[in-house]
Design a protein around this ligand. Structure first.
Ligand SMILES: Nc1ncnc2c1ncn2[C@@H]1O[C@H](COP(=O)(O)OP(=O)(O)O)[C@@H](O)[C@H]1O
Ligand SMILES: [Mg+2]
Length: 258
């Protein structure tokens, strides 16, 4: 993998973001209210907030897929003004191309960028292997389980070699068992191929299991309520007393069941 500039401190940041949506009744719903956060290079940052608080809205704006009413997103000090190849996205239900194989889906982004077939396949194979799907290169999405589809989505996001990976509740649609497995897996993948990750969840255990830091959002309109550095060694145990202490501390700071 190519070397990157290592003296960047904050790789991506949100500065004073505001966003409202007009409703059908003529009222506006304020969804983001002065959201400020910054993510360091190679940090695994988790954004934790209750359902409907504005997490997806925030991530879409960070991804350049939607615009804020005011404020800005800076990627290495440069404003993000639209979709950007340096931002890779992973969603709750990955929209895989049903007519393309795993190889086709993972290497898709590189094709658009004019990378040769040989190079695309080489790179895609590396990430297919990294997410544990070697041997499934020729399979189609309908032949894969939910967890496997999410792995394809993760490999696809990595394959375009973005600086920052934005993940919106990527395991939210999985059954509990598969979800635990994927939480372990995403850390294993991240340890092997370090990237800056912004991971959105409404699950407090998932947040503490994964994050270097947790940004806790308030109920809608979302604003940053608190930031928690999680200095527990990995792999973390849900039943560890320090894990439970952190859980209690965060839970005490929110009025909603997370
Ligand atoms: N395009 C939109 N138009 C109008 N309202 C929206 C739109 N997108 C989101 N909202 C509203 O913004 C609020 C936050 O939504 P969302 O960002 O999806 O929350 P979360 O991802 O935290 O569940 C919700 O009340 C939702 O109805
Ligand atoms: Mg959402």
């Amino acid at each position: 993998m190519e070397a990157r500039n290592i003296d960047v401190k904050s790789e991506i940041s949100c500065q004073h973001l505001y966003k409202s949506f007009p409703g059908m009744d003529g009222n506006v719903t304020e969804v983001l209210k002065d959201v400020n956060l910054s993510v360091a290079k190679n940090e695994f940052l988790v954004i934790l907030g209750p359902g409907q608080c504005g997490k997806t809205t925030l991530l879409n704006i960070m991804a350049g897929l939607d615009s804020s009413d005011s404020g800005e997103i800076l990627l290495n000090d440069v404003p993000v003004s639209g979709p950007n190849p340096n931002l890779g996205l992973v969603f709750q239900r990955m929209a895989l191309m049903p007519w393309k194989t795993v190889m086709g889906n993972v290497s898709m982004g590189l094709k658009f960028r004019g990378v040769s077939k040989k190079e695309r396949e080489e790179k895609a194979r590396y990430f297919i292997n990294l997410v544990g799907l070697s041997g499934f290169e020729k399979s189609y999405p309908y032949q894969l389980s939910g967890g496997m589809k999410q792995r394809v989505g993760i490999a696809r996001a990595y394959c375009s070699d973005p600086e920052v990976l934005l993940m919106d509740e990527p395991f939210g649609a999985l059954d509990a068992q598969t979800r635990y497995m994927m939480e372990e897996e995403i850390l294993r993948i991240w340890e092997k191929a370090k990237r800056t990750v912004v991971f959105v969840t409404n699950n407090i255990e998932e947040a503490i299991y994964l994050g270097d830091r947790i940004v806790l959002l308030s109920r809608c309109p979302a604003t940053v309520k608190a930031v928690y550095p999680i200095d527990l060694a990995r792999p973390r145990q849900f039943t560890d007393s320090r894990f439970l202490e952190v859980r209690q501390k965060i839970a005490d700071n929110t009025d909603l069941a997370l």
